[in-house]
Design a protein around this ligand. Structure first.
Ligand code: FNR
Length: 191
């Protein structure tokens, strides 16, 4: 099964990028083919209905659509901004939602977040579910929030806490198995 994985942060030192790299590694070990994308590749203007009406999807949105179309599932590490979805991710979801058939529809999605805060970005993940589910995605009930993420990784990008690393592995493998199970039904159901 093919999985698109990306961290919805543009920041060079992104903690979410470190987390998605580990999640992608686990998914590969579980047998998935993982397309680990760099969010900056999907560089997008702010959604503008006039631009949409005159020119359609900009190249960055077309590329994200193309990569989504190739995948049955998505691993998405999403930063929490002000208790909610970070603007760049919401913008990307909105642009891609304009394509038909809707690229998010039927995709199994596992959400992760890394934050220096004690909450680990979990509040933002609850908000991130809403537009994705509105677009027809199957967002996995469990989500992975990494608190104190600024102290969580060693110099090699590994999680310092073995129990946290084991939880990540358990969760991602569980997601891969569930996504594999539902993928045939989802592709049959796609419009
Ligand atoms: C944040 N940050 C943040 N963290 C959090 O846990 N809850 C929050 O509500 C917010 N709000 C917030 C707003 C804005 C505008 C910024 C720039 C940041 C901190 C955020 O989690 C932190 O910068 C992460 O490191 C961002 O993810 P990346 O870029 O490291 O992947």
């Amino acid at each position: 099964m093919k999985i698109l994985a990306f961290a919805a942060s543009l920041r060079r030192g992104s903690l979410n990028r470190k987390l998605i790299a580990l999640a992608a590694e686990v998914a590969r070990t579980a047998g998935a083919e993982v397309d680990l994308a760099e969010f900056r590749e999907f560089e997008l203007p702010i959604y503008d209905g006039d631009l949409d009406a005159s020119a359609g999807l900009p190249p960055g949105a077309q590329e994200l659509k193309r990569r989504l179309d190739q995948a049955a599932a998505v691993l998405l590490a999403a930063p929490e901004y002000n208790y909610s979805v970070a603007g760049p991710l919401k913008n990307a979801i909105d642009w891609v939602s304009r394509a038909r058939p809707m690229p998010w529809r039927g995709k199994s999605i596992y959400l992760l977040s890394a934050s220096p805060s004690p909450m680990g970005g979990i509040r933002g993940l609850w908000q991130t579910r809403i537009p994705l589910e509105g677009c027809g995605a199957l967002v996995f009930p469990d989500m992975f929030a990494l608190p104190h993420a600024n102290e969580a990784f060693d110099g090699a990008g590994r999680l310092r806490d073995a129990a946290v690393a084991a939880r990540l592995e358990r969760e991602v493998v569980g997601f891969v198995r569930l996504a594999e199970a539902v993928a045939p039904a989802c592709s049959a159901h796609a419009p």
